[in-house]
Write a protein that binds this ligand. Structure first.
Ligand code: SF4
Length: 192
C-alpha cells in the first residue's frame, strides 16, 4: 500500500467520546481498534498531524486510502466468512437462555439492572406467562426437534427465577414438566 496515497480525514466509522478534559476514547467500529488521545480527532485537521501520528492512525485503520464503502463491504465479507467458519452444526448441544423475569429479591451492588428495582418499574414488570413458554416450545418442536438430532439445553436466568409468587411457581412447574417431556437439559441460575 502506498503511504503517500493516504487520505487526510478520519473514516466515518470512527467513533469518539470525551472521557476527561484532555482524554478522548477513539474507537474504530470496523475493526474494534481504539486509542486514548489528548484531543478529539474529529475536531482535528488530520493533514496537520505529524507523520508518526498519522502513521499510527493509518495502521489502526482510522484513516485509510480505501474508500469507506469498500472498507465497510470488505469488513462485512470478513464477518460473514467468520460466522460461516465458526458455525458448526455438529455441536452436540444447542443452548437457549430464557429470562422469565427481571425482578429480584436481592440488591447486589454490582447488579447490571438496578433500575428495575424501582417501584414504578417493578409494577410494570411481570413474570413470563406460561403461554409464552408454550409458544417457545411449539417453535422449538417445529423448527428444531423435528429437524435436528442435537440435544437442547435451557438455561433459565433472571432477575431471580425462584421468586415467591404465584406466577413464578406456575412458570417453573410448567417449565419442568415441558423439559421432562422433551428430554431437555435444564439449568437455573439463581441467587439462593
Ligand atoms: S441476584 Fe442477580 S439480578 Fe439479583 S440483584 Fe443480584 S446481580 Fe442483580
Amino acid at each position: 500500500m502506498k503511504k503517500e496515497n493516504k487520505r487526510n480525514k478520519l473514516n466515518k466509522y470512527v467513533y469518539e467520546v470525551q472521557l476527561l478534559d484532555e482524554e478522548w476514547f477513539i474507537f474504530n467500529l470496523l475493526n474494534f481498534n481504539y486509542v486514548i488521545s489528548d484531543k478529539s480527532l474529529k475536531q482535528t485537521e488530520i493533514a496537520e498531524l505529524d507523520s508518526d501520528t498519522r502513521e499510527v492512525l493509518y495502521d489502526l485503520g482510522f484513516i485509510s486510502d480505501i474508500d469507506e464503502q469498500t472498507l465497510c463491504q470488505s469488513r462485512i465479507k470478513e464477518w460473514k466468512n467468520k460466522i460461516k467458519s465458526d458455525y458448526n452444526p455438529s455441536f452436540e448441544t444447542l443452548v437457549f437462555k430464557i429470562m422469565p423475569t427481571l425482578l429480584c429479591n436481592f440488591r447486589c451492588s454490582y447488579c447490571y439492572q438496578p433500575e428495575l428495582y424501582l417501584e414504578e418499574t417493578r409494577r410494570k414488570t411481570e413474570y413470563m406467562r406460561t403461554e409464552v413458554l408454550d409458544a417457545f416450545f411449539e417453535y422449538i418442536e417445529n423448527n428444531i426437534i423435528q429437524k435436528e438430532k442435537r440435544k437442547i439445553r435451557l438455561e433459565i436466568v433472571g432477575g431471580e427465577v425462584f421468586l415467591k409468587n404465584r406466577n413464578a411457581i406456575r412458570f417453573v412447574e410448567h417449565l419442568i414438566e415441558k423439559t421432562i417431556n422433551y428430554n431437555m437439559e435444564l439449568i437455573f441460575v439463581t441467587n439462593g
